[in-house]
Design a protein around this ligand. Structure first.
Ligand SMILES: Cc1ncc(COP(=O)(O)O)c(C=O)c1O
Length: 493
């Protein structure tokens, strides 16, 4: 296929049917057309700003922060963090960002840290470092509460660890120190606790669990991916490096660090603890490879944007934003307590809420009703005997809108109570319970998708505006079938 000449006139359409030539080559398209299409495409997504999207995104509400971060992102988009000796400015910004986080997380002298691409990569690297430091353990084990983020399930899967999940307290949803201690074995290479957990927003009792780990010489990771830039400004029980047995902490800059996506911090108590996180080789004919993260070539954009954001805000800026987000959380929790039909699932320690409903209404219908009113909350499936719930991540920009949210929530609950309950046919539920998710063929997947109202054609699956029936179906599936079904949907989007 020959290259298009630079002086080919740009196509005036982005429709492949008219912009492809007979040889199937994609014609260049005029920049203005591309800009317009980007704007149009983005309008189909959840808004990243405005304070009404209560999961996935974090809005400081400060236009100056966003503008500076985007400048830095654009300026460094082509810089390569693969080799800090070739891009020393990236190494300098990484050092400074790590120091900025270390001060918040009370890291002792001698700490070492890395900027990673996100929460999952920070968690994966904490597990990898712990596992690589104990090569003599043939069947390494990772011990965590059942509420731990899925990133640790992924780490165990990718790196071949046995994941031991320990039941949490049914009322508080916090990890149980006695049970966690009892789960430790000679094969345990890492214990993980959350600060706070994503699904319920509660802080695990870090001190007794870290002490039990330390007593056996086991590393203890605090997953503060979502709380690392909030909890330092609230008044929780000790949870960071001030607790002796804590060996590493993850804290995401692209969450409450209010930076654009693609950036997180992983801090270790010492350089020695970080060492096994690195991977290096000179045993090939190309350049020497030293990787501190899972990526090799990595964009400097997210790092530069996070650095600019952190420098502009300073610790005092984060303190103000954390106070706003916390005040939104407390006000919404109070409002929910006064709303018949709904309850707060666990006492929130930070800026996240999980809301459950009584039998009079269906939470997934509440989510759809909120969505129709311009608010996005995230449905969570029932798990290990716990109820279906709605997740809310509150960021600073939502604080001025709390009254509007509570009115929309009250209307949505009323509408959900008036609607007929979303239920799954008992016959279908029985079939779902008996299906073997590892043996689903195309026909079975098509049948399941159609039962969920998702019969995709050649163009793939389109999700409906009202998702309650789909969530109800997923809720009726065993967890392994849920994963298979979700994969089938995403594969077809
Ligand atoms: C506690 C916790 N850990 C890990 C993660 C994973 O982070 P990411 O989605 O950035 O990979 C999250 C994401 O919400 C989280 O809340």
């Amino acid at each position: 296929m020959g290259a298009a000449a630079h002086d080919d006139p740009p196509a005036t359409s982005l429709d492949p049917a008219t912009s492809l030539d007979p040889a199937g080559r994609w014609a260049p398209v005029a920049a203005d057309l591309i800009r317009a299409r980007l704007t149009e495409r983005q309008s189909q997504d959840l808004p990243t700003h405005g304070g009404r999207t209560l999961a996935y995104v974090y809005d400081s509400g400060r236009a100056d922060v966003d503008a500076l971060a985007r400048e830095a992102l654009a300026a460094y988009g082509g810089s390569n963090g693969l080799d800090p000796s070739a891009f020393p400015s990236l190494a300098a910004m990484e050092r400074e960002l790590v120091a900025f986080g270390a001060a918040l997380l009370q890291a002792p002298e001698g700490y070492a840290g890395t900027v990673t691409s996100g929460g999952t990569e920070s968690c994966l690297l904490a597990v990898l470092a712990a596992r690589a430091a104990r090569p003599e353990v043939a069947r390494p084990q990772l011990v965590a509460p059942t509420t731990v983020h899925a990133a640790f399930h992924k780490a165990a899967h990718l790196f071949g660890l046995e994941l031991t999940l320990v039941d949490v307290h049914p009322d508080t949803q916090q990890a149980d120190p006695q049970r966690m201690a009892a789960a430790l074995t000679d094969r345990t290479v890492l214990v993980v606790v959350s600060a706070p957990s994503y699904a319920h927003g509660v802080l695990d009792p870090v001190a007794p669990i870290a002490a039990a780990a330390a007593a056996r010489g086991i590393r203890c990771h605090v997953d503060a991916c979502i709380g690392g830039f909030v909890l330092p400004f609230l008044d929780p029980p000790a949870w960071s490096f001030e607790v002796d047995g804590v060996t590493s902490i993850s804290a995401d800059l692209h969450k409450y660090g209010y930076a654009p996506k693609g950036v997180s911090l992983l801090l270790h108590r010492s350089m020695a603890l970080r060492h096994s996180q690195f991977w290096a080789t000179a045993d090939w004919p190309g350049y020497g490879v030293v990787n501190s993260t899972l990526q090799s070539t990595k964009s400097g954009g997210p790092l530069a944007a996070a650095w600019a954001t952190a420098m502009l805000l300073g610790h005092s800026g984060y303190a103000a934003l954390a106070t706003q987000a916390r005040s939104a959380t407390v006000a919404i929790a109070d409002g929910v307590r006064g709303t018949a039909g709904l309850r707060v699932l666990a006492e929130p320690d930070s800026t996240l809420l999980a809301l459950a409903a009584d039998d009079s209404c269906d939470v997934y219908t509440v989510a759809d009703e909120l969505s129709a009113r311009g608010w996005f909350v995230q449905p969570q499936l029932p798990h290990r005997g716990g109820p279906a719930s709605l997740h809310l991540t509150l960021s600073a920009a939502t604080e001025p809108l709390v009254g509007q949210f509570l009115s929309a929530l009250a209307e949505s609950v009323q509408a959900a109570r008036a609607a007929s309950p979303v239920s799954v046919d008992p016959g279908l539920a029985g079939v779902l319970g008996a299906l073997d998710p590892t043996a689903l063929d195309e026909r079975a997947v098509a049948g399941l998708l159609s039962a969920a109202g998702l019969s995709g054609d050649g163009a793939g699956v389109r999700l409906p505006a009202r998702m309650a029936p789909i969530h109800a179906l997923l809720a009726a599936c065993p967890v392994s079938l849920r994963a298979a079904l979700l994969t089938a949907v995403v594969e077809r989007l």
